[in-house]
Design a protein around this ligand. Sequence first.
Ligand SMILES: [Zn+2]
Length: 408
Amino acid sequence: MDESLRILVMADGEHRKIAMLAQGKLMEYYEEYGDETTLVNAVILGRVENVSPGVKAAFVSIGQPLNGFLPLGEMQSFHALQGDKPLVSGTDVIVQVKKDAKEQKGAYLTRDIALPGQTLIYMPLNHYIGVSKRVDQPEERETLLAMGREIGEQEDCGLILRYAALYAKKSELLSELEQLKVLWVDILKKAEFQKAPVLLYREPSALTALVRDYATRYQLSVTCNDAVNRMPSPVGGLLWEQVSSLELEAVWRSASVDAQVAQALSRRVELGNGGSLVIDEREALTTVDVNSGRYLGEKGEELALTHNLASCGEIARQIRLRNVSGIVLIDFIDMKTDEERKQVIDCLEAELSHERGKTVLHGFTSLGLLEMTRKRTGVSLRETLQEPCKVCGATGYRNRIERDHKRE
Ligand SMILES: [Zn+2]
């Protein structure tokens, strides 16, 4: 463990920006809403304290000072599937928090569990199929709805397809659904042997997940401007520093986080040796074009290998930072021998090994492109911060006559 990672967390109300740097270079970047104190989406084994037919609700102890409010009536599709078993005082019930407790009101609960993934929300107890409101094109909604119906029927569950599903293959949706189903089985198993009220599941925040995934391999230091986001259970070796927002902004600026994020959203990345990368992220495929710049002259062939090797670090970093997934094709500068290609593969593999993302290198295609696949985890940087251009239909082109078209 010779390397250290620096994590900056800039919290502004419920909004958090998380930047992870290694030796001053931005390696990963996330934005998220919600804070660690929220119980929204948490699944709890609660105990029914009393049932009040008058307000059509049950009051459920969930380990908070105020009992949670559980409406007796759920979505129609839930009752169609689960029947109308009456709630009885003193019995246990698995509930999920929809809204946190506030002042004199207890948390708002539901029995209709919905486990959110990145591309879809899995609802094990109903048969409802829906699409995120963020998908606003009717054709896209229709496509996702059709896919949702197909999967829901096959898997016997309810689903909501999220915005990121637009970018995902059916196999990716199915594999995420599989993970969520395993999670649900775990929750049910846990509920069997625990004494209510007890927390069965809570979504990890991006920061918690970063610490979980890297704390064993790296020395981590976290600089944060918000006490609320203190790690719930401090991990060994984690350095935690809380500073004022003003101090954090200064650190953020001197680390050029925003500029590095902006660069990771642009097509072209300068390599600092005259060369550059041109990265095109598309739905089905990401391509990386390695350009040598001008200096490959007469000794071109020999320099090709040197230049390709020198590019591997930045290629790996850009893939990680952009959080691209699926097929990636890298067009290195032409090399003559398999030995040279092997060296480049080994070099890239070593560079990629630092991250938690899972990448498989498939070797060079017959046309000399290095082919690799990266497993999808979460949304890409672009999906986090940008949306497809509605003017050009995300093609990047427009008709010549539309002179008044403004670039967004
Ligand atoms: Zn456009």
